[in-house]
Design a protein around this ligand. Structure first.
Ligand code: IMP
Length: 418
């Protein structure tokens, strides 16, 4: 059985918590794409855990974790993350495999990204600064350094030389960079010998023996390189197609696709965001929902639930069930509305237009909905106020998907199953 969990908005939907809940029954958890730009948060008995690279499944003692082919691995972040988890008493090394095919994010990639962002000026993407875009570019240009390369000392220097030359370095400057990069990578060789694996074999065996596998998506579908609000996107496929490519699992193996969406929307970084809230709602929601980036600490832009984008995301990903998070954040907000269409140039759009330029000028068409009180502590789905249930029913009707899970607080326990 293979369950995929992916974000349906612009990231930060609360996937970490939903994955953690679903991992109770998962034998293997897999990160498939993206890199340390992700920040998946799980709160257990008041302690907040933020994971950037290792699947959230690591917090469940019986779940084996895989960082698969499609992930771009920042070795500094990975080793820090392993050390932090071990200092909390969690055994990590025996439960973690990193694909030998995964690409390595080098310090060079972060530097290139800073230069590109600076050069864009007002048009900057507002990236997380983690070197993700340049690493995926080198991968596509067939210049990338992979985990298997780190362990092949005889050919590694040649590969690094080719990479630096392609980026315009030569002479002594190139030699110094190559030496520095070799030194940097050699710091991680022992760790890679320990956790570097052919993860295809691990996943194929897990599948053949009937184990339950959970694919943990990162970022959100509206940041997908092909289907999102290009160019204000991340540099990989964040939707179901990217999870399959990144893990290497066959599409037919997929049994369930869980889409995670917040009861409202947020976005960090630049790019069109039609339903951005007006004040004072935006500040209220940001404070109540603690909408600050888990990776960068940046304040997130907050918006009303965008049913146009959500329906597009559900349809394109073949969502079989929905998890709606942060329903509690909207409790007590006096006016609530949802976007049901966009208007641009006298025309009504019921799907997001392909051009980011047009999307940024679309006027959202809103439907007002009944607000609900503060949720407080709830023990079951039936305890939800009538208005909150009506809100969930509206989402179901618009997306043609069933809401199976509702999250009503940061804690692991604040979760209701419909
Ligand atoms: P990059 O992935 O760092 O290249 O950033 C590209 C865009 O994706 C920027 O707008 C980032 O803010 C956004 N982004 C990347 N990762 C995440 C995430 O995990 N959550 C929310 N936004 C993200």
């Amino acid at each position: 059985m293979v369950t995929a969990v992916l974000g349906l908005q612009w990231g930060d939907e609360g996937k970490g918590k939903i994955v953690d809940a679903l991992c109770e029954e998962a034998d293997v958890a897999v990160r498939c794409q993206g890199g340390a730009n992700a920040g998946h948060t799980v709160v257990i008995e008041g302690t907040k855990h933020v994971l950037h690279l290792i699947p959230s499944g690591i917090l469940r003692a019986n779940t084996y974790c895989v960082i698969a082919d499609g992930v771009v691995v920042d070795l500094d972040v990975l080793s820090e993350e392993i050390n932090r988890l071990r200092s909390l008493g969690l055994e990590v090394l025996d439960r973690l495999a990193v694909s030998m095919r995964a690409h390595v994010v080098l310090p060079l990639h972060r530097r290139i990204e800073a230069i590109h962002e600076e050069a864009r000026g007002k048009e900057r993407i507002g990236t997380t600064g983690r070197g993700i875009g340049p690493c995926y570019s080198d991968k596509a240009a067939r210049l990338g350094i992979r985990i298997c390369d780190v362990l092949q000392r005889d050919s590694l220097a040649g590969k690094i030389k080719a990479l630096y030359e392609a980026h315009g370095f030569n002479g002594t400057q190139a030699d110094e960079e190559i030496e520095r990069t070799l030194g940097y990578l050699s710091r991680f060789a022992d760790l890679m010998r320990r956790v570097g694996k052919d993860t295809h074999v691990i996943l194929a065996e897990a599948l053949a023996s009937g184990k339950s596998i959970l694919l943990e998506g990162s970022q959100g579908f509206m940041l997908d390189l092909d289907h999102g609000t290009y160019p204000y996107v991340t540099s990989c496929n964040t939707g179901i197609h990217g999870l399959l490519t990144g893990s290497g699992l066959p599409p037919g193996a997929l049994t369930k696709v869980v889409g995670v969406a917040k009861a409202y929307v947020t976005r960090v970084g630049a790019g069109p965001f039609p339903t951005q809230m007006e004040e004072p709602f935006q500040s209220q929601v940001r404070e109540r929902g603690q909408e600050f980036g888990a990776t960068t600490g940046r304040p997130r832009r907050c918006g009303w639930l965008d049913l146009v984008a959500l329906r597009y995301a559900c349809r394109t990903n073949g969502i079989t069930s929905l998890a709606i998070t942060k329903l509690d954040t909207l409790g007590g907000i006096e006016i609530l509305k949802v976007c049901t269409a966009y208007k641009y140039g006298g025309k009504i759009f019921d799907v997001p237009p392909p051009s980011a330029g047009i999307l940024s000028h679309c006027i959202p068409q809103y439907k007002q909905v009944d607000p609900w009180r503060d949720l407080g502590t709830l023990s079951c789905f039936d305890d939800l106020p009538r208005e909150a249930k009506a809100y969930l029913a509206l989402i179901e009707e618009w997306t043609d998907s069933r809401v199976e899970v509702v999250s009503t607080g940061a804690e692991r326990a604040s979760i209701l199953r419909a």
